[in-house]
Design a protein around this ligand. Structure first.
Ligand SMILES: NC(=O)c1ccc[n+]([C@@H]2O[C@H](COP(=O)([O-])OP(=O)(O)OC[C@H]3O[C@@H](n4cnc5c(N)ncnc54)[C@H](O)[C@@H]3O)[C@@H](O)[C@H]2O)c1
Length: 353
């Protein structure tokens, strides 16, 4: 591809600014159009960027024929919008979670494969410098035997957050604390420790008037023998207090926390390496929980579409994280340990808890 990669953006809400910044950061990319059913939202970004504004997604795709579409609409719309783009041979960059059911996620993957287009699932925190360092340390074997991975998401989402629109906290449009808020952290645990063998879990609605869970706990056994622990809640008083991942092994312990998995809190290894002295310099300080990673996601889009390098978080990767979350919901519903993989046909609404 010699010319710039043209990108259309659908969904001009809270996260859209991160997409606009991520696209602008790369000269190989150009934002050609934006779409939102709320006209004032697409008009605003269009005025700021010079992109063309639309209020109808399919009309935008047909008129602009972009190389790729970035989907930043409510969660339940990701599958349908992905399939509509793939059928027009348009590459897809979708926000997390890719879907709310395994069958929808599989349909997205199949349609993209059939039409030979890429499917990128956004997990921007994987690119955070402290997380990259942690992944490197695991890959180099610095932990020795891996024992335990723990994620803690102690966030605050007041009732007003759920009441502000028609999709947050809805079972079939959003997903709860695990599927929405903690999905980055669950993805991280799976990415760092590998495939899960089985899970036990409990998900409850303890404090909010919503359809989904606001709190979930889970225990995971990974195929490599390590154990995993998940605590995720949107009820933490009085504000977001922690979003962290800790990996413990035979010869090392690392904890990465901060607002968006961006700060090294603990970095201890039996075998000391030169970089350890300055490791805390890799911490960053983003202004909010969205972090800085969308720029890196778009760098991968350039590398993949222009230079044919691998897509870092593709549909299959997004599917595996979704499957782990669905397994926790299933364990909660059935009150027993659940073994992976799950059957894709197990139900469209597996996220019921
Ligand atoms: N990667 C991250 O860290 C991160 C952070 C926040 C949100 N998200 C994800 O981004 C997506 C959007 O979240 P948000 O917080 O920006 O939500 P939002 O509600 O602020 O924005 C969504 C926008 O989509 C528009 N929309 C709805 N239906 C549409 C349609 N049919 N066609 C065109 N536009 C439509 C809405 O009008 C709204 O402006 C969600 O999937 C969410 O999970 C990801």
């Amino acid at each position: 591809m010699d010319k710039k990669i043209s990108i259309a953006l659908v969904g001009c809400g809270r996260i859209s600014e991160k997409h606009v910044q991520g696209i602008k950061a790369h000269q190989e990319l150009t934002l050609v159009s934006v779409c939102d059913i709320k006209k004032e939202r697409s008009d605003k970004i269009a005025q700021e960027t010079g992109a063309k504004a639309y209020t109808n997604y399919e009309q935008m795709l047909d008129a602009e024929k972009p190389d790729a579409v970035a989907i930043a609409t409510p969660n339940h719309l990701h599958p349908q919008m992905t399939i509509q783009a793939a059928r027009r041979k348009i590459n897809v960059i979708t926000e997390k979670p890719m879907a709310l059911s395994l069958s929808d996620a599989r349909a997205m993957i199949d349609e993209c494969k059939k039409n030979k287009v890429e499917l990128f699932v956004i997990k921007q925190n994987r690119y955070n410098p402290p997380i990259q360092k942690l992944k490197e340390a695991i890959d180099k074997g610095r932990f020795g035997k891996l024992y335990l991975g723990t994620i803690i998401v102690r966030w605050q989402r007041p009732q007003g957050y759920y009441d502000q629109d028609d999709w947050h906290g809805k079972l079939l449009k959003d997903g709860g604390a695990l599927l929405n808020q903690a999905s980055h952290h669950v993805d991280m645990l799976r990415w760092l420790l590998g495939p899960a063998e089985s899970v036990q879990g409990i998900a409850e609605r303890l404090g909010r008037n919503i359809e989904t869970e606001d709190t979930a706990l889970a225990i995971i056994k990974f195929k490599n023998g390590a154990l995993g622990l998940i605590e995720a809640t949107t009820l933490t008083y009085p504000r977001n207090l922690e979003g962290s991942i800790t990996i413990q092994g035979e010869k090392g312990t690392v904890k990465v926390g901060g607002t968006a998995l961006n700060k090294i809190d603990t970095w201890e290894f039996a075998d000391i390496e030169n970089e350890d002295d300055n490791i805390k310099n890799s911490s960053t300080d983003p202004p909010n929980v969205y972090g800085f990673g969308h720029q890196e996601v778009y760098k991968n889009v350039v590398d993949c579409l222009m230079r044919k390098n691998a897509c870092h978080v593709n549909g299959e990767d997004g599917y595996k994280t979704l499957e782990l979350i669905m397994a926790i919901y299933k364990a909660n519903r059935e009150g027993k340990k659940v073994t992976l993989p799950l059957d894709v046909s197990e139900g469209v609404h597996l996220n019921r808890f």
